[in-house]
Design a protein around this ligand. Structure first.
Ligand SMILES: *[C@@H]1O[C@H](CO)[C@@H](O)[C@H](O)[C@H]1NC(C)=O
Length: 362
């Protein structure tokens, strides 16, 4: 027997349910209909998952499409940069100082390129982590572009490869070598996009907006015709002495260290922009790229992918590969050594020098 009071309570609960039974399904139906409608009206999104996919929660992205979008983003960002350069209204301001202690400028070109690149990629791949050097920048307009496979050459081998969206990280550098951009040293200026899967660089794009050349590579699959041409160039004729490219904003001390590590006969090629320096290695203008201070991952990820695709290597000065995963710091504190060949030999010289100098290379 249920006591009287309890019975009364039950009845009230029952009554409550009776009312809900009328409302709940209607509300649920309305919410579901809205979700479905929003999804299907949002037809521009290439990577919109199917309802079936959503239920199984496997959010896949297609790396072939990511390659196309990465190339487009780099080229479209480049158009903004050229536009600002032509307008001669850079609106330069300072972001503070770089690790080398020099002024770190920001211009309208950095901002506009960032908005076009980041927003364009985000709209096509809404569930992918995208890091940009200028993420603090507020974008006024909503930018977008549709995938255009004609950015690839006809013979490019680009299979459909599906990966889980959560495993993908995109690194965007909207304008590498801003200081040189303000000095009109345009050959150093690049836009870069890198796609990393499970922390490993897989697709790299380095684009020079002023020459219009785009070097891209998809590790294990294909590369741009421009990159293949660069890679075929004959080795610079400096005998067997290494040619090391280092930052032109580095102090004389960095050049001294480079000589101490690689010998007095070393050739030093000072240059700006991490993207440009990697291309010097690819084009055999330099045999290695050395960086001894901190460097951000959007500066190096695309070059890392390109060197990997060509059989080269980029590591920290501890000879470790760099993790470009979404939960990692965007700062690489351990320096950089990149080359197409002889990476082990160069690393040995660096390690030897550091062993004699309390681990330091500065
Ligand atoms: C390599 O060096 C040559 C000679 O200085 C130069 O003309 C060429 O543009 C360089 N290659 C690249 C990719 O910058």
């Amino acid at each position: 027997m249920i006591p009287m009071k309890e019975r009364k309570d039950r009845k009230e609960i029952m009554n409550g349910r009776t009312i809900r039974i009328n409302r709940v399904p209607a509300t649920i139906t309305a919410i579901l209909l809205t979700i479905v409608l929003v999804y299907f009206l949002n037809f521009h999104q290439e990577e919109r998952p199917s309802i079936y996919g959503m239920l199984r929660s496997d959010n896949k992205v297609n790396l072939r499409k990511m390659l196309i979008a990465a190339i487009q983003a780099a080229q479209r960002g480049g158009l903004e940069i050229v536009d600002v350069a032509n307008s001669r209204q850079l609106k330069e301001r300072s972001k503070g100082k770089t690790a080398e202690g020099v002024n770190d400028p920001f211009t309208d070109a950095d901002g506009r390129s960032h908005c076009v690149m980041k927003q364009g990629l985000k709209r096509i791949f809404p569930r992918v982590h995208i890091f940009s050097e200028e993420d603090k920048e507020h974008c006024q307009d909503a930018h977008s572009f549709d995938l255009d496979p004609t950015v690839l050459h006809e013979t490019a081998i680009v299979p459909d490869v599906a990966v889980t969206a959560q495993d993908v990280t995109v690194w965007v550098d909207p304008l590498d070598a801003t200081k040189e951009f303000t000095e009109e040293l345009y050959e150093y200026v690049t836009t870069m996009v890198c796609v990393a899967v499970a922390g490993q660089p897989v697709i790299g794009v380095i684009h020079n907006p002023f020459s219009g050349h785009t070097a891209w590579a998809w590790v294990g699959h294909s590369m741009s015709e421009y990159l293949a041409e660069l890679h075929k160039l004959p080795r610079a004729d400096k005998g067997s002495d290494p040619i090391i490219t280092i930052s032109r904003s580095h102090t004389a001390a960095a050049q001294d260290v480079t000589r101490a590590v690689f010998g007095q006969n070393v050739n030093i090629l000072t240059a700006a922009g991490a993207g440009y320096k990697v291309l010097q290695v690819v084009a055999n203008n330099a045999t290695a790229y050395l960086h001894t201070s901190i460097i951000k991952k959007w500066d190096i990820c695309a070059g890392d992918a390109i060197l990997r695709a060509l059989g080269g290597a980029m590591t920290t000065l501890n000879d470790e590969s760099i993790n470009y995963g979404p939960n990692e710091s965007p700062v690489n504190k351990d320096g950089l050594l990149a080359s197409l060949t002889h990476h082990g030999d160069y690393m040995e010289r660096v390690s030897k020098y550091r062993a004699q100098h309390n681990g330091k290379l500065r």
